[in-house]
Write a protein that binds this ligand. Structure first.
Ligand code: HEM
Ligand SMILES: *[C@@H]1O[C@H](CO)[C@@H](O)[C@H](O)[C@H]1NC(C)=O
Ligand SMILES: *[C@@H]1O[C@H](CO)[C@@H](O)[C@H](O)[C@H]1NC(C)=O
Ligand SMILES: *[C@@H]1O[C@H](CO)[C@@H](O)[C@H](O)[C@H]1NC(C)=O
Ligand SMILES: *[C@@H]1O[C@H](CO)[C@@H](O)[C@H](O)[C@H]1NC(C)=O
Ligand SMILES: CC(=O)N[C@H]1CO[C@H](CO)[C@@H](O)[C@@H]1O
Length: 329
């Protein structure tokens, strides 16, 4: 063994010791090459069909993946339906109104995969969600990337397990960093992943505190762009229908781009948790970097998504391949 190989082996061993929780030996690209070689095309076609019917496919699928990974790991536990006495993850109030189109995307892609005899019940729902998320991002103009695969589906899903696992839109930078660090993700990963708010919708109630009654002295959050605040007040009057949702990226709502960061520079982050990435000087330089260079943003985002996809992955006895993504076998 040459000196170079020795260094590689040593540093690999060292990183295994330092980061035992973030190593996911089970995941790899082309995991299904032998059992279901066409799986990526099958999933992509199903997501395309769904996308053709509604753009909501994109944000709904991306957010579903994020919530899945942050609650008990990326194991499709978020897709399980409540039954009998068990209230599943998706019915916790903090599911923050996950749009039904994300669930539907996974169910449709799973049906398409299972329609191929050699693939039937060989591909996990967790992996289908990871692939569908990649496809949704690419369909809306974001980067495409090779997805690591080999996740098993989880064996439990409870509303109680959601408590404290998802970030709130009122979080400050420290709170965001703490929650993401608990999932093995850095501040820069968190900033890059927040760019998902370049697509999709939010209900008015999620940011009403920023445009009304923010404080006695200043009823509007001073970090909000004035014209944007006025726009938000007109879109979200105090007697707004609670079902109304507005675009989170007011400039390019249907394109997965780095506009999110340019918006933050203008005081046009919708949530406190968005705008704080620019107002807090600890994170501002990275926001400016991702706003400046779209190619750089795409690279950084893909790396962060890959790390998100490794969170709490189930292998061996801790999981299986679900026959129906919405219920346990
Ligand atoms: C950093 C902390 C985060 C907070 C506090 C947060 C919070 C929220 C909130 C409150 C909504 C609006 C929900 C509604 O009113 O219906 C939302 C929507 C969304 N979030 Fe996040 N989020 C965060 C990070 C992420 C990440 C990391 C991703 C994905 C990688 C993501 C993807 C989305 C998407 C795509 C939507 C739009 C959903 C739709 O239109 O159906 N978010 N988020
Ligand atoms: C999308 O819809 C159009 C018609 O609205 C149709 O011509 C096209 O084949 C559809 N594409 C897919 C992938 O379903
Ligand atoms: C963030 O919020 C927590 C909880 O409210 C608070 O204790 C902390 O001081 C805040 N940190 C910053 C930097 O604002
Ligand atoms: C703001 O305060 C007023 C007066 O106290 C109250 O009527 C209104 O409901 C509050 N609005 C919000 C969005 O909290
Ligand atoms: C943008 O980022 C890419 C990828 O990191 C880099 O190769 C390129 O040189 C950067 N462009 C500019 C103008 O800085
Ligand atoms: C999509 C989904 O399952 N949303 C649920 C979120 O939780 C509330 C209750 O807190 C349910 O009413 C929604 O159906």
């Amino acid at each position: 063994m040459g000196r170079f190989n020795l260094i590689v082996v040593l540093s690999l061993g060292l990183s295994l010791c330092l980061f035992p929780n973030t190593i996911s030996a089970a995941l790899r690209k082309n995991y299904y090459a032998n059992v279901c070689p066409n799986v990526e095309n099958i999933v992509r076609d199903a997501v395309r069909k769904k996308f053709n019917q509604t753009f909501v496919t994109v944000p709904a699928t991306i957010r579903l993946f994020f919530h899945d990974c942050f609650v008990q790991g990326c194991d499709a536990s978020v897709i399980i339906a409540s039954s009998g006495s068990n209230t599943a993850e998706k019915d916790h109030p903090d599911n923050l109104s996950l749009a039904g189109d994300g669930f539907d995307t996974v169910i449709k892609a799973k049906a398409a995969v299972d329609a191929v005899p050699s693939c039937k019940n060989k591909v996990s729902c967790a992996d289908i969600l990871a692939m569908a998320t990649r496809d949704a991002i690419a369909l809306s103009g974001g980067p495409s990337y090779a997805v690591e695969l080999g996740r098993l589906d989880g064996l439990s899903s409870t509303a109680a397990s959601v408590n404290g696992k998802l970030p709130a839109p009122t979080f400050n930078l420290t709170q965001l960093n703490t929650l993401f660090a608990a999932n093995g993700l850095s501040q820069n990963d968190m900033i890059a992943l927040s760019a998902a708010h370049t697509v999709g919708f939010s209900h008015c109630s999620r940011f009403a505190d920023r445009i009304y009654n923010f404080s006695r002295q200043n009823p509007v959050d001073p970090t909000l762009n004035k014209a944007y605040a006025t726009q938000l007040q007109s879109d979200c009057p105090t007697d707004v229908d609670p079902r109304i949702a507005i675009n989170m990226d007011p400039n390019t709502p249907n394109t997965f781009d780095n506009m999110y960061f340019k918006n933050l520079q203008q005081g046009m982050g919708l949530f406190t948790s968005d705008q704080v990435l620019f107002t807090d000087t600890r994170s501002r330089p990275f926001v400016n970097r991702l706003a400046r260079n779209a190619t750089d943003f795409q690279k950084v985002f893909v790396n962060a998504m890959t790390r998100l996809g490794r969170v709490g992955v189930k292998t061996g006895k801790n999981g299986n391949i679900r026959i129906d993504c919405g219920s346990f076998n």
